[in-house]
Write a protein that binds this ligand. Structure first.
Ligand SMILES: [Zn+2]
Length: 157
């Protein structure tokens, strides 16, 4: 009988296999997968017990995984530094995120109240922060976020 893996061993295996995967795909794809995981975490982590979550811009209730809820970026997703910083990614409805171009005025008011003006200004100072993440950094963050997502999935079940 082989012993069951400890959580640490499972995590180490997950890190190793994701790193292997990321080494075989484009950097852009690896970053994209990491962004998507953070966007999922942004949506699910703020969902109520019934799966509903408020758009941080217009305060409308949407279902976290219903397709009408995006992980919206305050600093545009294309800016590679803050693109995978949780402070920059929040649940937004499709109307605000897509049709209203991010609804940034309302987004800004929400952030000012939520994180405070000092941190908001620090975030806004990163508008040109382009960063090439190492694959190890991407994997480290993504594995941690996937773990959090698993906890939230259990919470909502
Ligand atoms: Zn909205």
């Amino acid at each position: 009988m082989t012993k069951p893996l400890t959580p640490e061993q499972k995590r180490a295996n997950q890190v190793a296999s994701m790193l292997e995967e990321f080494r075989h795909i484009d950097y852009g794809k690896a970053l994209g997968k990491t962004q998507k995981t953070l966007q999922e975490l942004a949506r699910i982590s703020r969902a109520n017990e019934d799966g509903s979550v408020r758009c941080v811009c217009c305060w409308k209730l949407v279902i976290w995984n219903g397709g009408n809820c995006h992980g919206g970026h305050y600093i545009p997703r294309e800016i590679t530094g803050p693109t995978i910083d949780p402070i920059n990614v929040w649940p937004c409805c499709v109307t605000c995120n897509k049709w209203l171009g991010g609804n940034l005025g309302a987004f800004r008011m929400f952030l000012a109240a939520e994180i405070g003006l000092t941190r908001l200004k620090e975030l806004e100072a990163r508008r040109r922060e382009y960063k090439k993440w190492t694959l190890e950094e991407l994997v480290e963050k993504r594995v941690a976020w996937m773990e959090e997502i698993r906890h939230h999935r259990k919470r909502l079940n």
